[in-house]
Design a protein around this ligand. Structure first.
Ligand code: ZN
Length: 218
């Protein structure tokens, strides 16, 4: 049986000010899917615009498994890249690990935002990790930080989505379309297959990168 619960965790677990981190939990059977936004800096103010709309769609009961949504993990934190071990020593990084250990998701989406001037850096070749892939309209996708990916099984699905912060309202529906693939389809293979239908060239590119960098594709 499906039901909807909304939990509010007190903010001191995340940040020293009086804000609170919200967790929306939709109960179902089988696999668990986790959608987290706003991991550092102030990107949460953009990711929550997308993820709160996503929560409203989930209320219409159109999903498979347990779905957990954290629209904004942290507010106004110091920016530390999730590619660095140091991130997982911050309060928000530790909170993220706690949430993952609590829910043990098989499907995991991480939403970030970036500024226009960072586009070249994120999609360029001079990174330790594969470049992020522009699937259209400056929406970037990739796997997640290898440090965090190691906490999941190979058979799990893990994706980073970088939202162009300067046009979040313009790209919102497209991003929700991607998140809905995650919430609707039960397994890693099903999700990748569906993504391939929508973004054949981007997924092919992601596959090539994962081979070249010896990393799991998503
Ligand atoms: Zn970020």
């Amino acid at each position: 049986m499906k039901g909807f619960m909304k939990h509010l965790l007190k903010s001191q677990t995340v940040h020293s000010t009086s804000e609170s981190m919200e967790i929306f939990e939709f109960k179902g059977n089988g696999t668990t899917k986790l959608f987290v936004g706003g991991l550092h800096g102030n990107e949460g103010k953009f990711t929550e615009i997308v993820l709160k709309d996503f929560v409203n769609l989930l209320r219409e009961d159109n999903y498979v498994g347990n779905v957990v949504v954290v629209p904004k993990l942290v507010e106004n934190s110091r920016y530390i890249s999730t590619l660095s071990e140091k991130y997982y020593e911050t309060i928000e990084g530790k909170t993220l690990i706690k949430i993952i250990e609590k829910y043990r998701p098989n499907v995991y989406f991480e939403l970030h935002t970036y500024k226009e001037e960072s586009y070249k850096k994120l999609t360029g070749n001079d990174r330790k990790v594969p470049p992020l892939i522009d699937i259209g309209n400056n929406i970037l996708i990739a796997s997640i930080s290898p440090i965090l990916r190691n906490k999941f099984d190979k058979e799990d699905f893990c994706m980073t989505v970088e939202i162009p912060s300067w046009k979040v309202h313009e790209v919102k529906d497209e991003i929700i379309k991607i998140l809905k693939i995650g919430s609707k389809y039960p397994t890693r293979d099903d999700i990748i297959k569906k993504l391939k239908e929508y973004y054949p060239e981007s997924i092919k590119m992601a596959k090539d990168f994962s081979k070249r960098y010896h990393l799991v594709l998503f």
